[in-house]
Design a binder for this molecule. Structure first.
Ligand code: AMP
Length: 195
């Protein structure tokens, strides 16, 4: 991973060029208490996907990040299953670079690299096709929500093992209190919204 330059566009910076987009996305996200289990407030982003103007603005924001990447442009987008696919696919198309899916164990059909990480209860395993990055290069990891950072850290480890360089992790929403950004340091973390 690269040296840190963390950027969070949260409510405190809401007067900037993205203020209208941030306000739109914040209004559209629905908090669902006790889903998928008691005590979790699930951030439902499907209303953002259902609003073409907001969705396009979100993809523009991700694309600006990638185009202004300190590495001088990225060579691939990694989308994390499953909501990371919904953001990563239009972004990869917009940038004209490959979309590489990081999937849950057992879903990718060819030889894979795997990384396991701890959840609150138990563990999870993510996989990336072993030949996904034949020429390496700078990679942007995309997901919807950054919480503890375990998922993104596992994806970053997979990219590194496959020969890529993680230039950043970009999310729509960062749950800042859960410390994912610290866990990913020194990787650059970009969040459109932070709570
Ligand atoms: P973490 O590994 O703790 O950073 O969790 C991030 C992953 O879990 C992402 O793929 C998110 O889609 C999902 N996630 C975690 N917490 C939430 C939440 N409160 N609402 C929606 N998705 C979440």
């Amino acid at each position: 991973m690269n040296p840190a330059r963390s950027t969070a566009v949260g409510p405190s910076q809401s007067q900037g060029p993205n203020a209208a987009l941030i306000a739109d996305v914040a209004r559209l996200i629905v908090d669902v208490p006790d889903f998928p289990k008691p005590g979790i407030v699930f951030k439902d982003l499907t209303p953002v996907l259902a609003d073409p103007r907001a969705f396009a603005g979100v993809i523009d924001w991700f694309a600006d990040l990638a185009l202004n990447d300190p590495a001088g442009g990225i060579s691939a987008v990694v989308g994390i299953e499953s909501r990371g696919f919904l953001l990563g696919a239009p972004l990869g198309l917009r940038l004209g670079v490959p979309l590489l899916p990081v999937r849950k164990a057992g879903k990718l059909p060819r030889a894979v690299l795997t990384e396991s990480y701890e959840l609150e209860y138990g563990s999870a395993t993510l996989a990336l096709h072993a030949d996904a990055l034949p020429t390496g290069g700078p990679v942007l990891i995309v997901d919807d929500v950054l919480a503890t950072g375990g998922t993104a850290a596992a994806a970053a480890a997979l990219v590194s093992r496959a020969g890529g360089t993680v230039t950043g992790v970009a999310v729509l929403l960062e749950l800042a209190a859960l410390g994912g950004r610290r866990r990913l340091a020194p990787c650059h973390v970009h969040a459109l919204l932070a709570t």
